[in-house]
Design a protein around this ligand. Structure first.
Ligand code: 5BU
Length: 470
């Protein structure tokens, strides 16, 4: 079957449809392409896969990857017919078992060609490619059945990918007009639509970022604490959900780390009582760096004693936490009186609290019931509580921010009970707002570069976790 015959058959099977269709974006389109249908017609599936293979066969690639769902059948058909290895990028991350994002057998540095059914804006393809590349795959070529000629090919080429398509929409229109499948009017309307609706990749990205701002602003409407608002602004401006936990031992190490990771984080978390050579100059210098790089200072003090003592621990010299920390953690093991006592210091105008509702250790005693009650206390004290630390889904959507430690891209835990999740999982499964990464960053060879990687992966995972994808 040649390309012309194939296009005519695709029309007859309703894969290429002409009429009036409302797209996800709300736009009215005079045509619609539904390649998910082809799994019902094995001979067509084979034909299209062969056409795609013709574009692929001379490319030096180790694997074929189909973007779910439409292109999965194409990539598996190609892989089976031509004895090629196939890999799959999951649409959603698995909750149990391997928790992998990319399935298949591959080595870092392996080459891969990625296939989608249709390229329109290119944004979903670029996001898929970024994830595959983070897994170590090398991608130079991208394939699709149809280029909608609406800007996606240009966007991909700008990102240095070579794009190969079986058809452009223009070619399909020519074939269908010649085959008397569509009228001259439909032909012209469709061409007009394509020319008038060129999708700008940058505009789409901007639109999605606005959605992020919207989710945060819906939290913002319900919070009174100025520090929460400040954090939300920093996050959207820096496109960072990353809090680096600077669990180092000396003043010099902490300041050097803060300066390196500063551009990539929204918060720097400290255990200030672990700094061997702490002196009053350290908070001054930390504040200067926080201002330079625009991040908040988060002291993870985890007050847990009776209110009277917690008040002293919060304000007492030499640490004087209340004077410099933008955010401080508190357990509610002693009940909501802990939060009330901290409020009674009169020092919570500029410092917000985060309630530790659940710990990340494998044998934590923070039971279901405990966590729920801790969430409740946090909610009731919303004027001073910014959010909660927990390992489960965000409480009562958009009312409290969710902070999650126990994040590491390289390992699953440590020798002392800590358990880790991949950022992708934390964001997609639990609606986390801020991920907290310690050793994953400060023990890496190059903390600045690693922090940049966590920032990118975390922010992307956050975007992907938004309810309505483009
Ligand atoms: P790590 O190096 O990424 O494992 O560091 C985690 C940090 O988060 C560390 O400072 C802990 O004190 C903090 N943490 C945690 O790991 N688990 C929890 O449940 C809470 C805090 Br609350």
């Amino acid at each position: 079957m040649n390309k012309q015959e194939l296009a005519l058959q695709l029309f007859d099977l309703g894969v290429l449809q002409f009429g009036s269709f409302t797209l996800k974006s709300g736009l009215q389109s005079p045509f619609y392409l539904d390649f998910r249908k082809i799994i019902a017609y094995p001979h067509i599936l084979k034909e299209i896969s062969e056409q795609l293979w013709e574009l692929t066969k001379s490319l030096p690639v180790d694997h074929i990857c189909g973007v779910p769902y439409a292109a999965l059948s194409l990539s598996s058909t190609m892989a089976t017919m031509h004895d090629k290895s196939m890999i799959v990028k999951r649409k959603e991350v698995k909750k149990h078992g391997t928790k992998k994002i990319v399935e298949g057998v591959f080595e870092k540095g392996d080459t891969c060609v990625v296939i989608d059914d249709v390229i329109s804006s290119g944004i979903s393809m670029i996001e898929t490619l970024e994830i595959l590349e983070q897994e170590g795959l090398k991608i130079d070529h991208v394939l699709a059945i149809v280029d909608r000629q609406q800007g996606g090919k240009d966007a991909l080429e700008k990102h240095d990918y070579q794009v190969h398509c079986v058809y452009t929409v223009g070619e399909i229109l020519d074939i269908l007009l010649a085959g008397e499948k569509i009228t001259q009017q439909q032909y012209e309307d469709t061409l007009d639509f394509i020319h008038e609706n060129h999708i700008s990749f940058e505009a789409l990205r901007r639109r999605r970022l606005k959605k992020v701002a919207f989710r945060y602003s819906s939290i913002e409407r319900q919070v009174e604490h100025p520090t929460t608002k400040k954090l939300l602004k920093i996050m959207s401006r820096k496109r960072s959900n990353l809090c680096c936990s600077g669990d180092v031992k000396t003043k010099a190490e902490l300041l050097a780390l803060a300066d390196k990771v500063g551009p990539h984080i929204c918060m720097l978390k400290t255990h200030i009582d672990n700094i061997q050579d702490f002196d009053a100059d350290l908070p001054v210098q930390l504040k200067a760096l926080a201002q330079k790089h625009n991040f908040l200072l988060f002291e993870d003090r985890k007050f847990a004693d009776i209110g009277h003592i917690a008040m002293q621990q919060f304000t007492a010299a030499p640490l004087s936490i209340a004077d410099w920390a933008d955010v401080v953690t508190v357990h509610v093991i002693a009940g909501s009186s802990s939060v009330e006592a901290l409020k009674a210091t009169g020092k919570l105008d500029n410092t917000a609290l985060i309630v530790v509702a659940e710990m990340s250790t494998k044998d934590t005693l923070t039971s279901e019931d405990y966590v729920e009650q801790a969430f409740d206390i946090a909610l009731r004290q919303r004027d001073v509580v910014m959010g909660v630390v927990a390992q489960r889904h965000r409480p009562k959507d958009a009312e409290l921010m969710l902070f999650s430690p126990g994040i590491n891209m390289a390992t699953k835990g440590d020798a002392h009970g800590q358990t880790y999740n991949h950022p992708q999982k934390a964001f997609s499964d639990r609606g986390v707002d801020v991920m907290i990464v310690g050793r994953g960053i400060y023990l890496s060879e190059d903390p600045a570069t690693t922090a940049a990687e966590y920032q990118k992966v975390g922010w992307q995972a956050y975007l992907d976790s938004l309810p309505s994808r483009q």
